[in-house]
Design a binder for this molecule. Structure first.
Ligand code: ATP
Length: 229
């Protein structure tokens, strides 16, 4: 979120209010998400962070207020994505779904798209796991595969819900590097997180408490992504 009034943010929220089960879960949230930026959504459990991300993703309609996106190329990696245990899909299949999101469902992938899937698998250390059934993966491995699916989308607006939670240090570093690389190519990344490293490196932080924005700031010192490759 920013006080900037520059033209055409990728996402613009005005007075967003969400009521669930008779409770105000989000109250009058304003936000602008600009290209080539990292926005962190922070705050305690139950503050409304995931709900805000869902509103931006369009999977949850606000009770009132406006949400405007200027792109259709949106990648959304929820905290708990549903991939059926019963589906005989491999890790590579799961990641390839992200590329279909860009090309159109069930299109045959061209060499460029296959290379992009290979690149994402490599960046998230999934190459050796790519032929494994998704259902056989550990929780952290699944999380990485679903993030890889989001990256394969090559979205303009990438929405991540707690991408580094429950990951080991190396996996967390890979995710942070992948996020930095998305931003370098011009994407906007909005990330619900408790990860102080991501928050410190964000261009903007939306801090929620009990559904209200209590702080919307650029962290002191600004982004610190220079360590990322
Ligand atoms: N379907 C629902 N009906 C009623 N209340 C709901 C529903 N879904 C979420 N809530 C409530 O909305 C509030 C915000 O939930 P949300 O998942 O957005 O919080 P969060 O900040 O992402 O939390 P966490 O850090 O624990 O993931 C919580 O108090 C939650 O109990």
């Amino acid at each position: 979120m920013t006080s900037s009034t520059s033209a055409a943010p990728l996402a613009h929220l005005e007075g967003v209010h969400v009521e669930l089960g008779g409770r105000d879960v989000l109250c009058h949230v304003d936000a602008r998400v600009e290209r080539a930026s990292l926005t962190a959504i922070a705050g305690p459990n139950g503050a409304g962070k995931s709900t805000l991300l869902e509103v931006i993703a369009g999977t949850r309609a606000p009770s009132s207020g406006a949400v405007r996106l200027t792109t259709d190329a949106v990648g959304f990696v929820p905290q708990r994505a549903a991939v059926s245990e019963l589906l005989p899909v491999t890790v590579r299949d799961v990641v390839t779904v992200g590329a279909w999101g860009r090309l159109g469902a069930w299109r045959r992938l061209d060499a460029v798209a296959r290379d992009a899937v290979d690149d994402v698998l490599d960046r998230l250390a999934l190459t050796d796991l790519q032929r494994r059934p998704f259902a056989e993966l550990s929780g952290g491995q699944r999380q990485r595969a679903l993030l890889a699916q989001g990256l394969a989308r090559r979205a303009d607006l990438l929405l991540l819900d707690e991408p580094t939670t429950a990951l080991d240090a190396d996996s967390g570093r890979r995710i942070r590097d992948a996020v930095a690389s998305e931003i370098r190519r011009g994407a906007a990344v909005v990330c619900v997180t408790h990860d102080e490293g991501i928050i410190a490196g964000a261009d903007h932080v939306i801090r929620l408490e009990a559904g209200r924005v209590v702080d919307a700031v650029r962290p002191a010192g600004g982004p610190s992504r220079s360590h990322s490759s």
